[in-house]
Ligand binder design. Structure first.
Ligand SMILES: Cc1cc2nc3c(=O)[nH]c(=O)nc-3n(C[C@H](O)[C@H](O)[C@H](O)COP(=O)(O)O)c2cc1C
Length: 269
């Protein structure tokens, strides 16, 4: 036993006596630096995760406030957000579900949960699976009547899935606004979805024509229904434009919010 300790000490001594630029010492230092650095990065990632989650939630809340026309720079976001009434909506029936807590329900996690989602055969928005439940937000006026509804939507553009919200007036047909809060389209091309001038094009447009057909179109040219149903394409970004046209039609159609919008129009919510 003492011989083994002596042997170890001898090895350490030998290592320490090596010149600083020897191969074993260089490799040892490189490995040590990598280990320490990766431990620091991992520790920072774990420690900052809760802060990142809070900021992510805040960013989403800012976007909901913005799309609903309720955002003012400098406001306390958490307090301002209290004006909204969140509900978990069952898409197929278009009614609110009390199965989940709307303040904590995770739409994205639900979309990959086999119990809470369905695989899409007809998938124009290229999302693979669709959650059967989504969190929607109601804005009520002073008399308690629904003034606006804010609905999440998402779908694939050219490089990424775009996540956003559409705000509709209480009639469930007139658009108040649309904006995306997460995507990875190219800045200056597909990324122009974030341009305030393009976002402003949505305000006042309509989803369905007088015959009840879904007519909203994002394209270079207006649909037959006319300019009230037309949002101009993004310049130089036809593929992102097509993605947005598809995702809006999908979410506003039968597989998306149609049952809910019918209930809203009928005043049964
Ligand atoms: C580096 C690079 C990034 C691009 N990013 C986008 C994009 O984000 N969205 C998009 O629709 N097209 C993007 N395009 C262009 C498409 O490849 C395609 O040319 C374009 O959608 C055609 O649109 P246009 O008919 O309006 O010119 C990108 C092209 C390049 C070279």
């Amino acid at each position: 036993m003492p011989d083994q300790v002596q042997e170890k000490k001898g090895l350490i001594r030998k290592f320490l006596d090596m010149p600083a630029d020897s191969v074993p010492k260089t490799i040892f230092m490189a490995v040590a630096v990598c280990l320490v650095a990766s431990m620091c990065v991992s520790a920072a990632a774990v420690a900052l995760r809760p802060v990142q989650e809070v900021n992510k939630l805040k960013d989403k809340q800012v976007n909901i406030l913005q799309v609903a026309g309720m955002y003012e720079p400098g406001v306390d976001v958490v307090e301002a957000f209290q004006v909204f009434e969140p509900h978990v909506l069952e898409l197929s029936s278009g009614t609110f579900s009390d199965q989940f807590d709307a303040t904590t329900f995770d739409d994205r996690a639900a979309a990959s949960d086999p119990e809470l989602s369905r695989a899409l055969e007809d998938d124009p928005a290229s999302i693979g699976r669709q959650s059967k439940f989504v969190t929607v937000y109601l804005l009520r006026d002073d008399a308690g009547e629904i003034e606006r509804v804010i609905l999440p939507l998402h779908g694939y553009g050219l490089w990424s899935t775009l996540y956003g919200f559409i705000a509709l007036e209480a009639n469930g047909n007139d658009i108040f606004g649309l904006q995306f809060y997460e995507h990875a389209e190219t800045p200056g091309l597909g990324g122009e979805v974030d341009n305030p001038r393009w976002k402003a094009l949505w305000s006042g447009k309509r989803l369905k024509d007088d015959d009840g057909n879904l007519a909203i179109t994002v394209a270079k040219t207006a649909p037959d229904a006319g300019p009230d149903y037309h949002i101009d394409a993004l310049a130089g970004a036809t593929l992102t434009t097509v993605g947005i046209d598809n995702l809006v039609k999908f979410w506003m159609g039968e597989a998306g919010y149609e049952p809910f919008l019918q209930n809203l129009e009928a005043g049964v919510l």
